[in-house]
Write a protein that binds this ligand. Structure first.
Ligand SMILES: [Zn+2]
Length: 311
């Protein structure tokens, strides 16, 4: 049987929120089968649980943000996507995340620090079958027209692949690979995807700063690009780090559905908003998906049984 996974022991992290600039403490704890991933705001007088689900996403403008029942006025947790991406990359199903502020720390701007943290706590196999959300019908969402067109699609596939294309009119970005396909069954998440950092253009950063956003952003946790080049002294971690970060984000945004997908995800210039819209469109059509388990591991897609072996 392909089993659900949680952590073996608890682990902690401290960092700053990229938008708020505030110091944040996180405690990641094991959770029982079928819990999913649940954030708990422990700084509030009465701690509030916020389960990660498609319908608890309340804001997708800068990052993916959740609140109880998706109420925009409720207590929230912002920028959950890099931690969720790491969880998906390691095949983690169940986890409590105690947090003492409204934003997950950005750490180095990628998922690598979260992977390291989760791996050092160890992965525990649980006595319950891992549940996959299998896409049965192609679902697509679109936004904009002409040069502003962007779209995202989920199609049936016995496995989980993500294909992303970006198109930035910036020589520093367009000089790198702007298209990438990743197979989650390859076992290469940690090596090929996890280290890709978030990025920003100097012009956008100035604008966001003036609105009180990205106060915690710096070249320690983001790739910064001006009109011509990458400004970080050490350059890029991957030749195609920009598009790989978009795949990292998409993996995190899709994990919001609560289960690993069996699907082929494809996106052209999409982002957090379109990713959430895509999941909502999928869930709105009950004939477009079902849930499956693999009692017989050999029936699972290639590489899935071995996905992130237990340490
Ligand atoms: Zn990101």
């Amino acid at each position: 049987m392909l089993q659900q996974r949680t952590l073996k022991s608890l682990t902690r992290a401290v960092g700053v929120g990229i938008h708020s600039g505030q110091r944040v403490e996180l405690t990641l704890r094991p959770a029982a089968p079928d819990t999913g991933i649940v954030f708990r705001r422990v700084d509030l007088n009465t701690p509030v649980d916020i389960p990660v689900r498609t319908d608890t996403v309340c804001d997708t403008r800068m990052a993916t943000t959740i609140s109880p029942n998706g109420d925009p006025g409720g207590p929230k947790v912002q920028t959950i996507e890099h931690l969720l991406s790491a969880c998906a990359g390691l095949g983690l199903d169940n986890l409590y995340v105690d947090i003492n502020a409204d934003e997950v720390p950005i750490l180095d701007g990628s998922a690598a620090s979260f992977v390291y943290l989760l791996q050092s706590a160890g992965i525990e196999l649980q006595k319950a079958a891992k549940k996959f959300l299998r896409v049965k019908k192609t679902v697509e969402v679109r936004q904009g027209e002409g040069k502003r067109l962007m779209w995202a699609r989920l199609a049936p596939h016995h496995g989980y692949t993500l294909s992303f294309e970006i198109e930035f009119d910036n020589p520093a970005v367009s000089a790198t690979g702007q298209q990438y396909v990743f197979d989650m069954g390859s076992g290469q998440y940690k090596r090929e995807i996890a280290r890709a950092r978030t990025f920003g253009m100097t012009s956008d950063i100035e604008l966001m700063r003036s609105r009180g956003l990205t106060l915690g952003g710096s070249m320690d946790n983001a790739i910064v690009v001006d009109d011509y080049r990458v400004l970080n002294a050490d350059g890029l971690r991957y030749d195609d780090e920009f598009v790989k970060h978009k795949i990292l984000d998409a993996i995190g945004d899709m994990q919001v559905v609560g289960h690993p997908l069996l699907a082929a995800y494809t996106s052209f210039k999409g982002g957090h908003a379109l990713n959430n819209k895509l999941l909502r469109a999928l869930l709105a059509d009950e004939t477009a998906y079902d849930y499956v388990t693999f009692e017989d591991e050999t029936k699972a897609p290639q590489g899935f049984a071995k996905l992130a072996p237990a340490w």
